[in-house]
Design a protein around this ligand. Structure first.
Ligand code: SF4
Length: 282
């Protein structure tokens, strides 16, 4: 029996401007030269990476970069530490820099702060590309932590300078700041969470509340995807996470229900459209 679902895609979901810019740059160069090297996944979404690889994008890691000579290499929106720029110089590589302007600004702020000899603590994910780029501004001397418990395991100075990876949750950042202040630390808290992420928080809550079921589409590697999925799930417990259309499960839906489709800042619109079409065909 057909489900007759009424389905709507969140108009505010989909790529943030940083990712749109990087993909646009990659597509322009792919049109021009037929192939392009890119350091790391251009976006944390396997489906979009696959689409671009079919057009000639060649994703490489640091070891492969070290072997490369005389080529152009795209730097994705997450940015890179100074050591990558140094390696490019030594190996005659042309970096096509699609680092997001928001990330570049944060890198500069952290560099200035480090030069002022602030004791820097970065709320972010260990090993994440953006975090490596931020840490590189301090020659590896800042402390990265993923949660309060981890932070408290460090010997903390009386004056703490806090920064955040751009895709972390604003609420958690301020909870950490408050907790430190209650423990008597002087906290210079720099809320450096990207507005493309923190505003989406509010927008998504409003969107998710309107439907019987919500399908959240995101790559499993996206930090921003994990945060925004939790936001939807808190607002509407009938939220289902999928990373591709094949993972849709018809038994989640009752005939006649309304379904909202939304996603992370790394989810392409074409993927949400695929999900919509699959739901309408149930
Ligand atoms: S989430 Fe914000 S900081 Fe990150 S790439 Fe997008 S626009 Fe830039």
């Amino acid at each position: 029996m057909p489900h007759h679902l009424s389905v709507r895609i969140d108009p505010n979901s989909g790529f943030c401007f940083g990712v749109i810019y990087a993909i646009q740059m990659a597509e322009d160069l792919l049109d021009e030269q037929g192939y392009l090297y890119c350091l790391g996944d251009i976006v944390h979404n396997d489906e979009e990476v696959e689409r671009l690889e079919q057009r000639g994008l060649r994703i490489i890691n640091y070891d492969e970069l070290a072997q490369l000579r005389n080529e152009a290499v795209l730097i994705r929106a997450h940015g890179e530490p100074p050591s990558t720029y140094q390696m490019a110089l030594e190996n005659n590589l042309t970096l096509v820099d699609a680092s997001c302007p928001v990330v570049l600004k944060l890198q500069n702020r952290i560099k200035t702060s480090y030069d002022r000899q602030d004791q820097i603590f970065i709320y972010g994910k260990h090993g994440h590309a953006e975090v490596r780029g931020l840490l590189g501004q301090t020659s590896g001397n800042a402390v990265v932590f993923e949660n309060l418990e981890e932070l408290l395991r460090h010997e903390l100075p009386a004056n703490i300078t806090l920064y955040s990876q751009t895709t972390k949750s604003t609420n958690s950042f301020y909870r950490i700041k408050d907790e430190l202040e209650q423990r008597g630390y002087l906290v210079n808290a720099n809320d450096t969470i990207c507005r493309q992420v923190s505003n989406r928080d509010k927008d998504l809550r409003k969107f998710a509340a309107q439907f019987d079921q919500v399908v959240f589409v995101s790559g499993t590697k996206s930090s921003n995807g994990k945060v925004l999925y939790q936001v939807c799930k808190e607002t509407n417990p009938a939220t289902h996470f999928i990373s591709k259309v094949e993972e849709l499960c018809p038994s989640w839906f009752q005939p006649g229900q309304s379904v909202g489709i939304c996603g992370a800042t790394s989810t392409p619109m074409w993927q949400m459209e695929q999900v919509r079409d699959a739901l309408l065909a149930l």
